[in-house]
Design a protein around this ligand. Structure first.
Ligand SMILES: C[S@@+](CC[C@H](N)C(=O)[O-])C[C@H]1O[C@@H](n2cnc3c(N)ncnc32)[C@H](O)[C@@H]1O
Length: 338
């Protein structure tokens, strides 16, 4: 059998989303839960943000909110279950490449939020729609799923990684890729590897282009600069997971494990406002929300009932969302389009 030579990103794309791909067979992130899965407080803060943006745009109607990589639709559900000021204007579009997830998400949000409503203000799409639209495009943990190309520095210059059967080989990289790698990291030692996150950058640029006015907002794990990222061993920023554990090489049994990449935020379109998830959630009201639960807990902790225990759960969940070594250390990037 003749094995096909594939560029690194094509190999990973096939391993995750091909006919026998990890996500095609219903694989889920298995290392930790995402922020919407951790707590409804995340959706409450996003709802607060969406209301503020709506006001600052002069209360447009329709006000389109597009969520990229919406998975099972938890964030959409939590946003729409909240007390939104923009409720009558909002049209929420879940953009998700997995058909299975699209179906699940639509059913979940419709049943939870719109049991008796005939014309739903939600819909799903497999890719970003065309603009121009007024509103917000957001995404949580989408960009880390968009496979980068991989360059490696050699004594004689820059090479690009390809997969031949089940082993890596490298070939001289094209000039535009070399220029990009050099601009990002400058002179580096032989052996250093640099991911080029072109798909993530293109996704954000398409999101920016489809808005006439509004914001693009992304949450993800990663580093502010590519130089920071490549100063770490590759195993830190290119990870595989299977059955809740770190798994072996991404080359082994393609389709059997998740492959994920830390995002280098300096490769995304310029002029983003950058913060940590902790800072962003604090700006959008998480402390006020949690204070209510703290008061309930303090008052009733000696004779706890179901309400007190639910309050304690919310306090614990907020600590997970804000943990600087965990979800709170994720990076948030926001682009303003006016
Ligand atoms: C890690 S999950 C995050 C799900 C959800 N946002 C959350 O935070 O729980 C990433 C999702 O992005 C989807 N995805 C990957 N590439 C995509 C693309 N180009 N467009 C839309 N969805 C995509 C995957 O199918 C997966 O459901």
């Amino acid at each position: 059998m003749v094995e096909k030579l594939r560029r690194f990103d094509e190999f990973v794309e096939e391993a995750l989303y091909g006919d026998a791909g990890f996500y095609t067979f219903g694989g889920q992130k298995s290392d930790f839960t995402t922020s919407p899965e951790t707590s409804t407080l995340f959706g409450d803060c996003v709802a607060h943000y969406l209301d503020n943006v709506w006001e600052s745009l002069g209360r447009p109607s329709p006000y389109v909110v597009i969520e990229g990589g919406s998975g099972p639709g938890r964030l959409c559900r939590d946003v729409l279950l909240g007390s939104l000021r923009c409720r009558d204007a909002i049209r929420y579009v879940m953009v998700e490449r997995s058909e299975n997830q699209r179906k699940k998400a639509l059913a979940e949000v419709a049943n939870s939020c719109f049991a008796d409503v005939e014309e739903l203000p939600i819909t799903t799409l497999s890719d970003l729609p065309n603009g121009p639209l007024t509103g917000v495009v957001l995404a949580n943990e989408l960009l880390d799923n968009l496979c980068p190309r991989l360059l490696v520095k050699r004594d004689e210059g820059w090479n690009e990684i390809y997969i031949d059967g089940s082993r890596e080989i490298s070939r001289e990289a094209p000039n535009d890729a070399i220029k990009m790698a050099t601009a990002l990291v400058g002179e580096v030692a032989s052996g250093v590897r640099v991911p080029l996150q072109l798909k993530a950058a293109v996704w954000v640029q398409r999101a920016i282009n489809l808005l006439d006015r509004g914001r693009v907002l992304v949450f993800d794990y990663g580093y502010r600069t590519t130089a920071d990222l490549v100063s770490r061993p590759q195993a830190d920023w290119l990870r595989t997971y299977r059955n809740h554990r770190r798994s072996g090489s991404y080359l082994e049994s393609p389709g059997s494990r998740d492959i994920t990449f830390d995002v280098a935020f300096d490769q995304l379109p310029k002029q983003a406002m950058i913060s940590t998830q902790k800072e962003w959630l604090e700006l959008h009201g998480i402390e006020t929300l949690v204070d209510n639960y703290r008061q309930i807990w303090e008052k009733e902790k000696n004779k706890p009932d179901a309400r007190t225990l639910a309050a304690l759960t919310m306090i614990k969940e907020s600590e997970m969302l804000l943990d600087p070594k965990g979800l709170g250390g994720f990076i948030v990037a926001e682009w303003q389009i006016s």
